[in-house]
Design a protein around this ligand. Sequence first.
Ligand code: B12
Length: 275
Amino acid sequence: MIRHIDVAAQKIFEMKEKEPAKFKRLIDEGIMIGLGVDLADRNEEMAPANKIKKQNRPKDPEYASVAESVIEGNSEETVKLTSALLEKGKDPTDLVLNALMPGIQTVCELYDIGESYVPEILLANEALIGGVELCQERIGEVPSQGKVVSLVIEGDVHDIGKNIVVAILRANGFEVVDMGSDITVEEAVKAVKATNADLVTGTTLMSTTKGGIKDLAEILYSEDVPVACGGAAIDKNFVETFSNSVYGKTPLDAVKIAKKICAGKSWKEARNELY
Ligand code: B12
């Protein structure tokens, strides 16, 4: 018996060193139990996974069901629910941003805390794509506002965010050449010349590949085609260390940047007017 307590105490001391946040929670909860507080309800609500789901859950219950079907990676259900909402006259862009996107966002955040794994992400991404494609079909042909080349830079396969940006740009009337992921600067320059694009959107999520976005913007300077830069590894301070680029955080920022550039503004004007 005493030996077991010794082991437990040893583990708690190790936890104090290695996982201070967990240690603090253990002590706090111990004090609360000592005071007679029932932690069962509180734990359920405050569990990190539940907190993430709650924070991302759309307020509209119909949108929440779409998000839930993406979280479950259920493509069939996502398509069915999205289709029903489109039939009811819901705006396709709103559906992408406020029903489908919160679903994938939840799975990605759950992955960060070890509550979701690669297969779940891939299934959720498939469900997302199913819903996004339906929304795009509904939007149909929109008079072109300008041409955009979209890509994820060389060495990076993270294309979920780029796919959302592409869908929202298309919904807003931009002709988008979607090059996919792991695209070299040379491939991108070739596509820009071949399509006579007005703008490139470059995405990256990894610190090891963000230099590629800078190289792309600098090389495209001679073509007079700026790069809208986004994705989790990119921030405004980084983008301001090089020219011919405009930072954006959300898919709607990509639309704002594209509108300015396609209306003939320079990258400097777009930067000044947006930030
Ligand atoms: C999903 C995911 C994966 C999936 C990718 C599937 C796919 N098809 O994309 C898989 C499992 C394959 C994967 C693999 C890897 N991953 Co990963 N992955 C993630 C995860 C969990 C979510 C990323 C995501 O899709 N987010 C959701 C989307 C919607 O967000 P987003 O891309 O940022 O896009 C939004 C905005 O940024 C914006 N946006 C995007 N682009 C643009 C462009 C413009 C112009 C504008 C204005 C806005 C904009 O709009 C989007 C919608 O809001 C992140 C952690 C996280 N929570 O971010 C790690 C993460 C990005 N991965 C990471 C790593 C290290 C890897 C691996 C190297 C792991 C490994 N050891 O094998 C490999 C990468 C291999 C490679 N060569 O690329 C690290 C990167 C760390 C770093 N800073 O460098 C992260 C941060 C995890 C971590 N905490 O360590 N990953």
